[in-house]
Design a protein around this ligand. Structure first.
Ligand code: ARG
Length: 461
């Protein structure tokens, strides 16, 4: 097959070079966007009379046919034609002849490929935002359901203070809110039309970039042709936002893995979302969650790959940039599959309220409440901390919990302790007294849920 650049070349390209440089095996995924971009470009060329109306119509007809062939799987992609852009252009020329050769007027693959990735990411980010919202709805539903489930809150993975499970779930809701903000921000950077920058410096032909932008729904056009063809910042921003959400999903996965262990026993994972062991008959493993945690590493890797690819590139386009595709595609697929798994799995997890509440009883989780009780009696917090510490030590030495102590035992540590101390030693009281804004008190959490339900989460599609 003759290469578009054959005019200048004496020798044919080596087969191994063709294989090495070809990107069709992965950029075929961009076909829909490549055609969409070409249709808009052809319409603009026609409107500007750079090509005749007849040529334009032939091109549009040809592209529509090619789209159908690609959709139905009839289209034959060839390695020799290097990438999706040349595969489609070649097929167009084969279909409509001479007129097909006019599509690439005032365009280069450099601005074409930049456009394709932007169109692809624009769609995918919208889809990812939808998935995040679906997942958030699940977290809110869980929060509503578990408003009366008390569990230990941890610091350093040591039992620290009692919280309610709803509060814990809504912590992840907040992380996902930030993820949505980052993806929306990223969308702004993606939503800029690079087409019309041509190879690197623009074109001598009278194109109308604003018109193309309008056809493709871009609110902005790039302002510098050299930047436009060499910019992949938006890819890095996307990969970085993706890395961040994977951190969140991975942390959740890790918590669920811990909670499903016999040591915690806080949750039972659905059988249908667990796997067994090939040797130990008793095992039920949290492989889905482990894979979410594991796949996070891949996404981080893609971010580093992309940063590294760009760091030494002189302006403008360099072929290195072809290496942006696989990290982007794999990140999109990985993230979407992890979100989809959690969306399906989370509602099927059984939370063991009793086990969580048993765990709260041990570990002196209301010690801070006791210290704050003493503060209310006029003792400086540092002193109150010390007194409470001594009470805890006494309990450890005598194998008691704080609620096992009677008033006389307590009075030995401070004369200021009265009978009213017992209400602050109960975990339920402790939770409900954390009524500062954003605290774990039932009242606060119910308010938070109401607030969430009033705002975007329900209204947004
Ligand atoms: N396949 C190329 C890529 O993905 C398309 C652009 C090729 N441009 C070029 N000047 N060779 O980056």
């Amino acid at each position: 097959m003759k290469k578009p650049w054959a005019g200048r070349f004496k020798e044919k390209t080596e087969k191994i070079v063709e294989t090495f440089t070809s990107s069709i095996s992965f950029d075929r995924r961009l076909w829909k966007y490549d055609i969409e971009g070409s249709i808009a470009h052809a319409k603009m060329l026609g409107k500007q009379k750079i090509i005749s109306k007849k040529d334009m119509e032939l091109i549009l007809k040809g592209l529509n046919e090619i789209r159908e062939e690609l959709e139905s799987g009839k289209f034959k992609l060839s390695n020799e034609l290097e990438d999706i852009h040349m595969n489609i252009e070649h097929a167009l020329i084969k279909k409509i002849g001479h007129s097909g050769g006019k599509l690439h007027t005032a365009r280069s693959r450099n601005d074409q490929v930049a456009l394709d990735i932007r169109l692809f990411l624009r769609d995918e980010i919208e889809e990812i935002l939808r998935l995040i919202r679906d997942f958030q709805r699940i977290l809110v539903a869980l929060a509503e359901k578990h408003i009366d489930t008390i569990m230990p809150g941890y610091t350093h993975l040591q039992r620290a203070q009692p919280v309610i499970l709803s509060h814990h779930m809504l912590a992840y809701f907040e992380m996902l809110e930030r993820d949505k903000r980052r993806f929306r921000e990223c969308l702004k950077g993606v939503n800029i039309l690079p087409l019309g920058s041509a190879a690197l410096s623009g074109t001598t032909l009278p194109i109308d970039r604003r018109y193309t932008a309008r056809l493709l729904g871009f609110p902005e056009i790039s302002r510098n042709s050299m930047d436009a063809v060499s910019d992949r910042d938006f890819v890095i921003e996307f990969l970085s936002a993706s890395g961040m959400i994977m951190v969140h999903l991975s942390r959740l996965a890790e918590e669920l893995i811990l909670w499903s262990s016999a040591e915690f026993g806080f949750i039972d994972l659905p059988d249908a979302y667990s796997t067994g062991s090939s040797i130990m008959p008793q095992k039920k493993n949290p492989d889905v969650l482990e894979l979410i945690r594991g796949k996070t590493g891949r996404v981080f890797g893609h971010l580093i790959a992309m940063l590294t690819i760009l760091k030494g590139l002189p302006l403008t386009y360099n072929r290195d940039m072809q290496e942006d595709k696989t990290p982007v595609f794999d990140t999109v697929d990985t993230m979407k599959s992890c979100l989809s798994m959690l969306i399906k799995m989370m509602p099927k997890i059984k939370f063991n309220k009793e086990a969580m509440e048993r765990a709260v009883e041990k570990g002196f989780l209301t010690a801070t409440d006791l210290a704050e009780y003493l503060v209310r009696k006029g003792i400086p917090f540092r002193k109150a901390h010390e007194v409470t510490g001594k009470i805890v030590r006494y309990c450890i030495e005598n194998d008691k919990t704080l609620t096992d102590l009677n008033i006389n035992e307590l009075k030995r540590f401070s004369g200021l302790i009265k009978k009213d101390v017992f209400s602050c030693l109960s975990v339920k009281e402790s939770v409900n007294r954390k009524n500062s804004f954003g605290g774990t008190a039932r009242e606060q959490v119910i308010k938070a849920i109401k607030q969430i339900k009033m705002t975007e989460i329900v209204n947004e599609k």
